[in-house]
Design a protein around this ligand. Sequence first.
Ligand code: CUA
Length: 327
Amino acid sequence: MGTLPLFPEQASTFAPEVDHLLYFLLTVAVFFTLLIFGAIFYFAVRYRRRSDQELPHVLHGGMALEIVWSVIPFGLTMVMFTWGASVFFRESRPPDDALNINVVGKQWMWKIQHMEGQREINELHIPLGRAVRLTLASEDVIHSFFVPAFRTKQDAVPGRYSTTWFQPTKAGKYHLFCAEYCGNRHSGMIGWIYVMEPQDYQNWLTGGVATGSLAENGEKLFQDLACTNCHKADGKGRCPSLVGLFGKTVQLAGGGTVKADEAYIRESILQPSAKVVAGYQPIMPTFQGLVTEEGVLQLVEYVKSLGPKPGAVPPMEGTTGSTPRNR
Ligand code: CUA
């Protein structure tokens, strides 16, 4: 069936799974549609009124029939539910060893950052056979990252991170679409996914202009924005040290805790007063409008790179911050 022009190529581990589920749903839907329409036509002919005096029999009850037509659809919908949920859960949980790539949707293009520092627009190069996790952000409105050959579609929503993942099974070039209407050039927000042999991918990664890794770019941005004035590595600054922060649980002023994940670090840069670390003052200004989503992702990557290191200074847990310049 995969060769039918109705279906896009199957190029990820999810593709056959999603297709099998779809075939099942289609089969059930077609079977019952035919059954119902067949019964309608058959009964219309078989029980048509043959004379003006003819009156229909009135039937009362039919427990066996009631049970049959309740239990069979219930069973079928439960199969749909559990099967669909299991595919959905697998699509929702990237494996730990997945290759992380950042994607920012923007009217009207996809901007992509690889951890090693490579950037591309409307193109994504990935190695064959390796699980790839995308962290999606949006600079403006909702976009949706859709790769039909992978059977993957995930919204990029302004103000938050979303993730998706896939594992390509076939080298080649595949369509990338924006699947959420996002303005008058929505239809032009298209691109290509290049699935390369691992060796070719390595060559591609090392070729091109080296601009430093994402974490290095984040560190540079961290210095340019003068974040270092407050966030001192030894924890003696006016803002918490970020060393060893990533993945930790942070105590907040006014009670409560939060896990220092990507979303928390992003929020702390853009809305610093939303979650203030216990023992610190809400003196950090917002960087909303001063840093692009790509920049925020670089900063997040930098904070990750400072991430928990065993034997380092005791973790100073905290929000991101900067010098309280008046902006
Ligand atoms: Cu972006 Cu439609």
